[in-house]
Design a protein around this ligand. Structure first.
Ligand code: FHN
Length: 422
């Protein structure tokens, strides 16, 4: 049973992920400091240069809305420790760069104004903070730098800082709908972060905030920790089937996926997914009871890459005509058909037809159960009738397309209103 504060999340299904920060300047992805073992000093020029003169959060919000996205999650701080918000707990923040502005406040205000819910990504990992483990850590940029062998940070002091920043974000920016923590690893997990204390503090400020599962708890357990999270967060993959707990009960989940192969801006990465891949990926998530959080990585000027905008525009055209087959929908009891996928909302089944195939489209077991069928995009009637050559399949219902091609080759959606529960 979906907890009441998570229902909007599982209803909205489709969100924008935004990875943005200093790493947009080197333009080799958000892990550049770790992968290239950059010191703070080597990374500092990007702080001194950061001035996204073309950043227009309202434009981003319109792009997300027109793509059919209903919520967004933007990096308030990634692993590099750079804060896109005006934290009073550090000088390592956007307001101290040439940008001189609270980038998160502009994002929140713009996306709310467009009617989208707003989430924040907050890295519990921090490669800038002196009290975060350096030498010997699994991923810190200075993990094998001998000059840091004797570095001993006060981790308790880091936790006070980290919890304090989360409190700032939940206190100073109005309602935050999603907190997307990232990530636990090895022994840096669970109560190492003082996660129970953190989540209790969060819920004392914003009781209904939706939290991901990356503080390191076990959502699948029969008695999950208080910090186990409200949704599972598979990354760069779509689960083979719905996600369930130890008792076999469905769990809320959201797959986070990049449009190319990088989260943060990477100038050389032109390996973008097609609108078809995105649309069918979103439908696959919904058909398995999950969400899709689709990422954009804005560049150093503050612009979402043109390739991303073009893809989102095409996705938006399909969503504008067929969004009813996504929003508020979930898995259908019928087996996955050969020609595509089903999603369902109450007594409405949505047939997502990808493969025209040969002959009529078969709806297994639905004979006599369909009250009416409509092409979702234009509301036109689709006749449900069993052709003479399908007489051997009396349990099944059929529709026929006169053309050898589909009305929409990416995904033709037929809405089936059921005359009885299945
Ligand atoms: O290390 C991060 C990565 O940079 C990115 O933010 C993804 C998004 O889910 N999460 C971590 C990798 O799992």
């Amino acid at each position: 049973m979906t907890a009441s504060h998570v229902r909007w999340f599982m209803n909205d299904r489709f969100g924008m992920f935004v990875h943005w920060g200093l790493y947009a300047i080197p333009a080799r992805g958000e892990w550049v400091r770790s992968l290239e073992k950059m010191s703070v000093a080597e990374y500092q020029p990007f702080f001194e240069e950061f001035n996204p003169v073309k950043y227009d959060a309202k434009k981003w919000a319109r792009t997300a809305k027109e793509a059919g996205m209903k919520y967004a999650v933007m990096t308030a701080k990634h692993h590099d420790g750079f804060c896109l918000f005006d934290s009073k707990l550090t000088d390592y923040k956007a307001t101290n760069t040439p940008a001189g502005r609270d980038l998160i406040r502009e994002y929140i205000e713009a996306f709310r104004e467009e009617g989208l819910r707003v989430g924040l990504y907050y890295s519990i990992i921090d490669w800038h903070h002196q009290d975060y483990p350096h030498f010997g850590d699994k991923i810190h940029p200075m993990r094998d730098n001998e000059s840091y062998r004797d570095h001993r940070g006060e981790f308790e002091r880091y936790l006070t800082y980290m919890h304090g920043q989360v409190k700032e974000l939940l206190t100073n920016y109005g309602t935050i709908d999603v907190m997307w923590f990232d990530f636990s690893y090895d022994d840096m997990i669970g109560e190492k972060w003082k996660s129970s204390e953190l989540v209790r503090m969060m819920r004392s400020i914003q009781p209904d905030i939706v939290i991901d599962n990356r503080l390191g708890g076990n959502m699948k357990a029969s008695e999950p920790e208080i910090y186990a999270g409200d949704f599972m967060s598979p990354e760069q993959l779509l689960p083979p089937e719905g996600v369930v707990n130890e008792a076999g009960e469905p769990l809320s989940w959201e797959s986070c996926i990049t449009l190319n192969d990088h989260w943060g801006y990477c100038a050389s990465d032109t390996n973008y997914k097609s609108p078809q891949t995105v649309i069918r990926g979103l439908v696959e998530c919904v058909s398995k009871g999950g969400n899709l959080l689709l990422n954009v990585g804005p560049n150093a000027k503050g612009e979402i890459p043109r390739q991303s905008v073009d893809i989102l525009n095409e996705v938006g055209k399909w969503m504008d005509a067929n969004g009813a087959s996504v929003y508020g929908c979930g898995p259908c009891k019928l087996a996955k058909p050969e020609w595509g996928r089903y999603t369902q909302r109450g007594n409405l089944i949505y047939a997502h037809i990808y493969d025209r195939g040969m002959g009529p489209i078969n709806f297994r077991g639905l004979q006599g159960k369909i009250k009416r069928a409509r092409l979702l995009a234009d509301g036109s009637e689709i006749k449900v009738e069993t052709p003479w050559n399908a007489w051997e399949y009396p349990e099944d219902a059929f529709i026929s397309f006169s053309s050898a091609s589909l009305p929409d080759e990416i995904n033709t959606v037929v809405e089936l209103e059921l005359s009885e529960e299945i």
